[in-house]
Design a binder for this molecule. Structure first.
Ligand code: D41
Length: 676
């Protein structure tokens, strides 16, 4: 026998053996050999393939160790879009989901539907495509239409089959969630620490960071795993008739399926499953953030279809916010852009809702009183989804004898000016104005920010340095900075200094609404600034406007009107504005008589709410365009709402709109409304 034939036989044995151990390790959780022995097999395989290059192939287990680094990820268009999930939060949301399906399908309520219930993993959605039983490519979800090609990285995940058994459909795309287990996460962070590398904040971030590696050898060293939850493209029309059957068949083909998945009956079956999994959630070795219910019958799935990128036949039932307790080690205050003084609780770090929390805002003095919180107290911290963490209660039983009552400062910790209290302890403000270093810095950071003057390259650190070194003391001073001054600063070279100065120059041509927003008048946000620009047309007219004229505008109340008048009456502000204009900052004056009469606009007087994610335009663009048609865009659904735009992953707002019988449209309908 030739060397090559002998090698071929050994190669084939090694391949089967390695894949067998992969399955034992990842699917059955019962490895029969040590990591060391596994590595020996892999080394032998690699050695064979390097000696006989004809033996290596795209589906050899040697791919599991990664291949040459890429320069960038290329894009993959999903043949079928990757949909997202609608959310529900309460038991009634689930019952309503079930009722709606009965209605849509014209089925009597007595006829209970079968659902598949499964944990909702907090990982990353991927699509993996097999042609003739061989893994061809894998992609991230991306925006649902186009994702990134992460084939090399996905091949390194040992529980992902590289080759399917005989009889697999010719074309098969599976979709699933890639994640890192708690155990894997702990081990990974231990390794990171020993290499003096940055630790990952949670398993999801670790999984995301690992998948986004251009060097798949790094990905190969990360403990990634996968559960497959649905089909994408398939060449075999008769593969299955129910979702549960689909998953059984995928399991037979060697795909890892979440072992907790169950077929349940009716909405009460769903809710019972939810209760059971909630109880064991903290014992699971992976992070989950809810339960997904899917209508089992595929023909029914087909007939109810989807709305705004999410199937109507599936619902993600999110777990309620997570709460944990910790100790308040201190309370101090932060000084904001307009001098607002906000108390912040410093906490003994705790891991809640997937992140480490060590600071929590206490909002204002009356919130501290309401909670009755003292330094040294044990408090309960809640974090719901992506919402900022908050303290919900103090555990008085654990109050130590030496707890300290918090004294709200009477002087600004930054500049020593007196603190003025407005509105029954709701707002505390440093009275130092632009003589307060903290306010100056914040005001400049706001001025240069993206939605304001958008000065690229002017990060927070640079502003701090410029103010600390006394090169600037207000926003107008930015325009007299020179390359020579900037190049002297730490971290700058000739080129970067030139770039910064040229972005400052580039910001001189501004829209009036942006300039107004940039000035940082208290409580004048983007939309108020826009309204002011369109009503007054230029800074002079606005500066002369009195309280009555301002209050007559739809969104401006007495407090904002007073803030505006006060801002323009201030000598210091006037001189800053004058200096800005003298330095060449220009805005296009708006001829207010040319603007369309609001009465003539198609959405005049209508209140619209946007919810969920839009795919083809950003939420802020959608808002602007709706406003241009005369609509008022509100943040929450109420009886006053006229129309709700439902994007992907829409949650409680869409449900509320449905309850109130408010008209709802999806993204496609929105676009045709905007284009009409
Ligand atoms: O565990 C999950 N994260 C999960 C995500 C799951 N168990 N099932 C899912 N099912 C779908 C549909 C119904 C659209 C096939 C999903 C997702 N989608 C999903 N994940 C990320 C976006 C959508």
């Amino acid at each position: 026998m030739s060397d090559l034939s002998a090698a071929r036989i050994r190669h084939s044995t090694l391949c089967s053996e390695i894949e067998h151990h992969n399955r034992l390790y990842y699917r059955q959780d019962s490895p029969s050999i040590s990591d060391y022995e596994y590595d020996q097999l892999m080394q032998e395989l690699l050695a064979l393939e390097s000696k006989f290059s004809e033996l290596s192939s795209a589906n050899s287990p040697s791919q599991r160790v990664g291949s040459l680094p890429l320069d960038e990820f290329s894009q993959i268009t999903h043949e079928k879009p990757m949909l997202s999930l609608s959310n529900g939060f309460t038991d009634d949301d689930i019952r309503e989901f079930d009722r709606r399906l009965h209605k849509e399908l014209g089925q009597p309520d007595e006829r209970l539907f079968n659902y598949v219930a499964e944990p909702k993993l907090d990982g990353l959605a991927v699509s993996i495509y097999y042609q003739d039983g061989v893994l061809k490519h894998a992609a991230t979800r991306g925006d649902g239409k186009v994702g990134e090609d992460i084939t090399q990285n996905v091949k390194t995940i040992r529980s992902v089959p590289l080759r399917l058994p005989e009889g697999a459909p010719e074309r098969l795309e599976v979709r699933g969630e890639i994640f890192i287990s708690h155990a894997g996460f702990e081990a990974l962070n231990k390794t990171q620490a020993s290499l003096e590398k940055k630790l990952f904040v949670n398993p999801r971030n670790a999984a995301a960071g690992s998948l986004r590696q251009l060097d798949s050898k790094i990905t190969a060293s990360r403990p990634l795993d996968i559960f497959v939850y649905s089909l994408g493209v398939i060449s075999d029309d008769d593969f299955a008739t129910t979702h549960s059957q689909t998953l059984d068949k995928l399991a037979e083909l060697g795909f890892p399926i979440c072992p907790l998945l169950e077929k349940v009956v009716g909405s009460e079956g769903c809710l019972d499953y939810f209760t059971r999994i909630s109880k064991i959630r903290s014992d699971l070795d992976y992070e989950i953030d809810g339960i997904v219910y899917k209508l089992d019958r595929l023909d029914w799935q087909q007939s109810v279809g989807f709305i705004a990128k999410a199937p109507r036949w599936a619902l993600a039932h999110k777990f309620p916010a997570q709460e944990k307790s910790t100790v308040v080690t201190n309370i101090d205050v932060q000084v904001g852009r307009t001098g607002a003084i906000t108390p912040v609780a410093r906490l003994a770090p705790l891991f809640v809702g997937g992140v480490t929390v060590s600071n929590v805002t206490l909002h204002n003095q009356s919130e501290i009183q309401r909670l009755g919180i003292r330094i040294g107290d044990t408090v309960i911290v809640r974090r719901a989804g992506d919402v900022i963490p908050q303290i919900v209660a103090v555990n008085l039983e654990k109050r130590p004898p030496d707890s300290v009552e918090y004294q709200f400062p009477t002087r600004c910790p930054e500049c020593g000016s007196e603190v003025a209290i407005q509105g029954e302890g709701i707002i505390a403000r440093c009275s130092g104005g632009l003589s307060c270093g903290a306010q100056v810095k914040q005001a400049i950071k706001h001025f240069v920010s993206r939605k304001a003057m958008d000065i690229d390259g002017m990060g927070d650190k640079i502003v701090d340095i410029l103010v600390d070194q006394k090169l600037i003391k207000n926003v107008a001073d930015l325009y007299s900075l020179s390359v020579d001054q900037v190049v002297e600063l730490e971290g700058f070279a000739e080129k970067s200094a030139l770039n910064l100065i040229s972005s400052i120059e580039g910001s001189k041509q501004a829209e009036l609404s942006r300039l107004l927003y940039a000035l940082g008048i208290p409580q004048v946000g983007e939309s108020t600034a826009e309204q002011l620009a369109n009503t007054f047309g230029n800074l002079d007219s606005l500066g002369r406007a009195n309280i009555d004229a301002l209050e007559s505008l739809p969104d401006i109340g007495p407090i904002v009107a007073e803030n505006i008048v006060r801002f323009f009456a201030d000598q210091n502000n006037q001189s800053v504005i004058q200096t800005l204009l003298d330095s060449g900052v220009e805005y296009r004056r708006i001829d207010v008589d040319e603007l369309p009469d609001p009465e003539s606009l198609p959405l005049n007087g209508k209140t619209v709410v946007l919810t969920g994610t839009l795919q083809s335009l950003s939420r802020s663009d959608a808002k602007k365009r709706l406003q241009a048609l005369g609509a008022k865009v509100a943040g929450s659904v109420s009886k006053k709402t006229d129309l709700v735009v439902v994007g992907a992953d829409a949650g409680s707002k869409a449900l509320k709109a449905q309850e109130l019988g408010i008209e709802m449209i999806d993204e496609v309908e929105l676009i045709s409304l905007l284009d009409a």
